[in-house]
Design a binder for this molecule. Structure first.
Ligand code: AMP
Ligand code: ZN
Length: 140
């Protein structure tokens, strides 16, 4: 994809601060970090989003993200990690090359983050939950 910035990073046409690279994936630092050590994992083969990526590339990205999460906790002293994927503009996706955000979390200390859940947990309407479950289960 010639107009994709993440494909350009893979091709070496745009700079990136790389942290892990293997045959199928690349992990590099996000230039607008939400927390100390926020990195992105991408497949080397272009897929626009979660609905388009193949199971092999998805599994490879998850495995790289797991390694990054371990390093965030062991090497950066993170207390936890959020793994985030934005699929579609309505879900905050801005770069249409599949990526996982690996966001280290810090409960306190110099890197304490003020990140919040993006929804307010509250009991849902049981009928609506059941309707959605029926639609999502495809009759299974
Ligand atoms: P999303 O909103 O989930 O599509 O996330 C795209 C992410 O890519 C954002 O967090 C951006 O900060 C990040 N980003 C965009 N361009 C670059 C770049 N050239 N190098 C590193 N991160 C980037
Ligand atoms: Zn791409």
């Amino acid at each position: 994809m010639t107009d994709c910035i993440f494909c350009k990073i893979i091709a070496g046409d745009l700079p990136a601060t790389k942290v892990i690279e293997d045959e199928q994936t690349l992990a590099f630092m996000d230039i607008n970090p939400g927390s100390h050590g926020h990195a992105l994992v991408i497949p080397k083969a272009h897929s626009k989003d979660l609905t388009a990526i193949g199971p092999d590339d998805l599994a490879a990205c998850l495995s790289t993200a797991q390694e990054l999460a371990r390093r965030a906790m062991e090497n950066l002293g993170a207390d936890g990690v959020n793994l985030i994927n934005c699929c579609g503009a309505a879900a905050w996706q801005t770069v249409f090359h599949f990526h996982l955000h690996v966001v280290p979390r810090y409960a306190d200390g110099p890197h304490r983050d003020g990140l919040q859940l993006p929804w307010v947990p509250a009991p849902g309407d049981p009928g609506e939950i059941a309707d959605a479950a029926r639609a999502l289960s495809n009759g299974d």
